[in-house]
Design a protein around this ligand. Structure first.
Ligand code: SAM
Length: 305
C-alpha cells in the first residue's frame, strides 16, 4: 500500500537542533574539524561552494541569492564573506532553524518563514541563484507506488506523480517504486520562475564511489529512492536523473557530480587505514568514515540558463 513521507510537521513543530543529522556543511564548520584535514583546502563549505560555483557562474553577476532550508546558516555566512555584494534571502519552514540563521548570518540578509513549495513564485523570478543544500530529501516522497496504482488511483499526489512521469518522460526502474514528488515539484517551480542559476545537493540513490575510493567506500546506485531514518522523521534519497530531466526540459544546462568534485579528498595512507579497518578505534576515525562516505553518497546539480 502506498504511503506518503511528509516531514513538515516535524520541521514546523518539533525540530530544535540539527545535531541528530550531521550535515556535511556542519561537519566542515568547526575550524578544528578532522574533515578539514582530508579536503583539498582548509575551508568551510560556503567558501568551497562559492569557489566551485565560480567555475560555472560569473559570480559578479549574481546580485541576489535565495537559500531554502539553510539549517544553522553556516553555508550562507561563509558564502557572503566571499560575495559581500550579494543580497541573501533565507527561507525555512522551521522557526527554530530560522532563529539559528538570524544569530549566525550578518549583513544584507532577510528571512522568510515558509514552506519552500508554498513560496510565491513571483519572488523566485527576481532571484539570480537558488541554493537547496541537503533539503530536498525532506520534501514529500510517495512510497510503494505500483504501475497499477499509478494508472488507477484518484489521489491528488498520485495524479501529480503520473503527470511528472509523463511530462518529463521519467524512467522508472522498480515496481513498486518510491517517487521524489516534492523534490520534483520544487525544481519545476524554480525552472518555471526562470531563475538563472540553481544549485541543489542531497543524498542520491544513483551515486557511486569513484577512483581510488571505489574499493573501500561501498556506495553503489539502487535507482529507487530509499529511506534514511533520522530522529523524529525520515528522509528519502533522490533520483538525480529525474531532477536533471526536469531542468533540461526547461532549457537549463546541467553540471552534475558527487560531492568529492567540490571538496577534492585524496587518498592518504592514514585514510586508507581508517576506511579499511572494520572497527573505529577513535571518534575521529568514525567521523572521517562517514565524511568520506558522504563525498560519494551526495550528488549535486548546477543548472544554468
Ligand atoms: C537537513 S537540514 C539542512 C540544513 C543545511 N542546509 C545544511 O546543509 O546544514 C534541512 C533544512 O531544511 C529545512 N526544511 C525542511 N523542509 C522544508 C520545507 N518544506 N521548506 C523550507 N525549509 C524546509 C529544515 O528546517 C532545515 O533547516
Amino acid at each position: 500500500m502506498i504511503h506518503i513521507n511528509n516531514t513538515s510537521t516535524y520541521h514546523k513543530e518539533q525540530i530544535t537542533t540539527l545535531g541528530w543529522e550531521l550535515t556535511v556543511c556542519n561537519m566542515l564548520y568547526p575550524e578544528n574539524s578532522p574533515c578539514r584535514e582530508v579536503i583539498k583546502k582548509n575551508a568551510p563549505y560556503g567558501t568551497l561552494l562559492c569557489e566551485f560555483l565560480s567555475s560555472f557562474i560569473d559570480m559578479k553577476q549574481v546580485k541576489t541569492i535565495l537559500e531554502a532550508g539553510g539549517g544553522y546558516g553556516f553555508l550562507m555566512k561563509d558564502f557572503l564573506a566571499c560575495c559581500p555584494h550579494v543580497q541573501a534571502i533565507m527561507v525555512d519552514i522551521s522557526p527554530a532553524m530560522l532563529a539559528e540563521q538570524k544569530k549566525n548570518i550578518r549583513g544584507n540578509v532577510s528571512f522568510i518563514h515558509s514552506d519552500f513549495l508554498e513560496l510565491d513564485n513571483a519572488l523566485l523570478s527576481d532571484i539570480d541563484l537558488i541554493i537547496c543544500n541537503e533539503i530536498i530529501g525532506d520534501f514529500i516522497t510517495v512510497c510503494d507506488i505500483t504501475h497499477d496504482i499509478l494508472e488507477s488511483f484518484a489521489l491528488d499526489e498520485i495524479k501529480e506523480c503520473k503527470r511528472l512521469i509523463n511530462e518529463y518522460n521519467l524512467e522508472i526502474k522498480a515496481n513498486p517504486f518510491n517517487f521524489n514528488l516534492g523534490a520534483l515539484l520544487a525544481i519545476e517551480k524554480i525552472c518555471k520562475a526562470g531563475t538563472k542559476y540553481i544549485y541543489i545537493s542531497e543524498h542520491s540513490c544513483e551515486s557511486e564511489s569513484q577512483g581510488e575510493f571505489r574499493e573501500c567506500v561501498p556506495v553503489r546506485p539502487t535507482f529507487n529512492p530509499y529511506e534514511i531514518r533520522l530522529f523524529g522523521h525520515s528522509e528519502y534519497t533522490i533520483r538525480f536523473s529525474h531532477l536533471e530531466a526536469v531542468a533540461k526540459k526547461w532549457g537549463y544546462t546541467i553540471h552534475r557530480g558527487v560531492y568529492n568534485d567540490i571538496f577534492g579528498c585524496r587518498m592518504t595512507p592514514k585514510l586508507q587505514f581508517i576506511l579499511n579497518s572494520t572497527a573505529s578505534a577513535k571518534d575521529e576515525y568514525e567521523i572521517l568514515r562517514q565524511f568520506i562516505g558522504d563525498m560519494f553518497t551526495y550528488e549535486y546539480v548546477v543548472c544554468c540558463k
